[in-house]
Ligand binder design. Structure first.
Ligand SMILES: [Zn+2]
Length: 120
């Protein structure tokens, strides 16, 4: 499934970044990873959670919790300036039919890590 492959590659990238940061901090374990995912980022939260669990195996993040902060889509019309909720990237302004530019909802980034510090 293309969609699952997409979330899997994102999950692997998240774990890679989290591990790199944890190692730099001298941590021996990652407890929790918080990510921000926009509604227009093309990522399904449930798929991402499932893939994350698999991607964490045999890493510092094994068993870690994935906290997903979902950001709703928001757009602004390029013609009349009307702002409103945006459910998809390619949409027309409900007021004038102009193109909607996405303001929010394309986020896909690491927000924070909860790690155990090195012993001793
Ligand atoms: Zn408009």
């Amino acid at each position: 499934m293309m969609s699952a492959m997409h979330e899997m590659s994102i999950a692997i990238k998240i774990v890679e970044l989290a591990e790199a940061e944890a190692r730099a901090a001298g941590a021996r374990r990652i407890n929790r990873v918080e990510v921000e995912v926009g509604a227009l980022a093309g990522v399904l939260a449930d798929s991402l959670r499932f893939c994350f669990e698999a991607a964490c195996r045999a890493t510092l993040a094994e068993g870690a919790e994935l906290a997903i902060v979902e950001i709703a889509g928001l757009g602004q019309c390029a013609s009349c300036g009307e702002e409103g909720p945006l459910a998809e990237l390619l949409a027309l302004c409900p007021a004038c039919g102009g193109f909607m530019r996405p303001l929010k909802g394309r986020e896909l980034r690491l927000l924070s890590l909860n790690i155990d510090e090195r012993e001793g």
